[in-house]
Design a binder for this molecule. Structure first.
Ligand SMILES: *Cc1c(COP(=O)(O)O)cnc(C)c1O
Length: 476
């Protein structure tokens, strides 16, 4: 594709994306296709000869679009938001255009240095502690996902607790990791991947009222494991669980970790970015004093297209010791001088994209004020929705709901719990099948609960109000 051809098709693609956003509301939110429907319309074999780019765009419209679920639709209230935005899309396009491989500083200095600047900016914007900044012993890095961040945290924790032995000899003792039943599944997967093993993931009780981790039970489990000769290695505290945005008491959990010498990883994948608003910084209480690592996703609620997950470490040393290997073909004077950061030592893959560009575009386009406004509008809409649920006796509202997620369920007083749960699920499916809105569910205290997550920049009050009317109608 010549630069002139690229220019012509590029304009078409940008127009396509702009038209998509302008008309996104005309699509059913959740794709209505059946399994295999998209694949059946695509050729079984790749083309032998090149085709015109128009043919790709034609198939995008005709074949792929019916199979797309519209995460940027204003009536998408499922899971958590996966915000995209104009500046992020354009930043990502520039990153693709440059086609840079930023594995070490020397392979593209700007890729590394811009990343250092934006993660330090983000630490400041979120009110995170000074020692997370790169000038000190800590530092931040952009990962592809919170799952990768958890894996890196586990590797660093194993390094620290074993004095480097795990990196050289492998796991020779029983290591244990601590989560609650509401901790994200990526921690259990990380435990499997690093060789801690699923059986050594200990489930700490939660307070039935707040669903937050019980620090006394955590301490008891650690004591039990120590007595049995195990090596307590990492505790994951969550700020904003995936199920209900419950918040573990990070300070109290951190005190246990500190006393016991266990690594504290804080997973704030969804909620952490809310701390751009000073009035929401209370969610991070205890992080500054106790977190060894902290993760939040710009790619959920902070207007930055997937993938852009931010991981900070209070001390980057154990992570780098765990992951650094210097093969001959990567040796270079800048690395040898020790004056530069090589982010390949801060992640699992070697290669890395110029992800900082899209976050930089977002931060410059919106400014701190614009980001605060975005988060505040999502929180305000969710709170208004929660008020409507509370005022309708046919529904039960789950408390608390401090951010953009509201959990609730219809009461169905005439039905036994199991039938009521079944009806709740059917109600959700009928709404989702209508294509008018999309919500998802979870289980709390053994009961099926609906999740309504607000946070797309496309969502206005009228969309939330219409969704609520539609939910009310559906229960009749
Ligand atoms: C979404 C979520 C994750 C996983 O995020 P990825 O970036 O998709 O890996 C982890 N933890 C929590 C609390 C989440 O909500």
């Amino acid at each position: 594709m010549s630069p002139e051809e690229f220019r012509a098709f590029g304009r078409q693609v940008v127009d396509w994306v702009a038209d998509y956003y302008a008309g996104v509301e005309s699509h059913p939110v959740r794709s209505q296709v059946r399994p295999g429907e998209v694949r059946a319309q695509l050729p079984a074999h790749p083309p032998e000869e090149g085709e015109p780019f128009e043919a790709v765009l034609r198939d995008l419209d005709a074949v792929l679009m019916p199979g797309v679920t519209h995460w940027q639709h204003p009536n998408f209230f499922a899971y958590f938001p996966a915000n995209a935005s104009g500046p992020a899309i354009l930043g990502d396009l520039l990153s693709s255009g440059l086609g840079v491989q930023g594995m070490v500083w020397a392979t593209s200095p700007a890729c590394t240095e811009l990343e250092t600047v934006v993660v330090d900016w983000m630490a400041e914007l979120l009110g995170l502690p000074e020692h997370f900044r790169t000038d000190a012993v800590g530092g931040g890095v952009i990962q592809d996902s919170a799952s990768s961040a958890a894996l890196v945290a586990c590797l660093a924790a194993l390094q620290r607790v074993s004095g480097g032995e795990v990196a050289s000899r492998g796991i020779t003792r029983r290591h244990t990791l601590y989560v609650s039943e509401h901790t994200h599944s990526s921690l259990a997967r990380a435990a499997r991947m690093v060789g801690i093993g699923a059986d050594n993931v200990r489930i700490v009780d939660v307070d039935p009222g707040t669903l937050g981790m019980d620090p006394a039970h955590l301490d008891a489990l650690i004591a039990e494991d120590l007595a049995a000769g195990a090596v307590p290695t990492l505790v994951c505290a969550t700020i904003g669980t995936t199920s209900t945005t419950a918040i573990d008491p990070v300070r109290a959990v951190g005190e246990v970790c500190r006393a016991r010498g266990v690594w504290l990883h804080v997973d704030a994948a969804y909620a952490g970015v809310a701390a751009v608003c000073p009035e929401l910084r209370w969610i991070n209480d205890g992080v500054a004093e106790f977190a060894d690592s902290y993760c939040t996703n710009a790619h959920k609620w902070l207007l930055t297209n997937f993938d852009c997950s931010l991981l900070w470490l209070a001390d980057r040393g154990p992570m780098i010791d765990a992951l650094s290997i210097l093969p001959e073909y990567l040796r270079n004077p800048a690395t040898a001088s020790g004056e530069v950061i090589d982010y390949r030592d801060w992640q699992v893959p070697l290669g890395r994209r110029f992800r900082a560009l899209k976050l930089w575009s977002v931060l410059r386009w919106y400014g701190a004020a614009g980001l605060r406004e975005h988060i505040r509008s999502g929180v305000a809409l969710a709170q208004e929705f929660a008020g409507w649920v509370r005022d309708d006796p046919r529904f039960e509202l789950l408390e608390p709901h401090p951010l953009g997620l509201v959990c609730f369920r219809p009461r169905f007083p005439e039905l036994a719990a199991e039938q009521a749960d079944e009806r709740t699920y059917q109600l959700m499916e009928s709404l989702n099948e209508s294509g008018e809105l999309y919500l998802t569910h979870t289980r709390v205290d053994g009961r099926t609960v609906l999740r309504f997550a607000v946070g797309s920049p496309q969502t206005e009050r009228r969309h939330v109000l219409a969704a609520w009317k539609r939910i009310q109608e559906a229960i009749g």
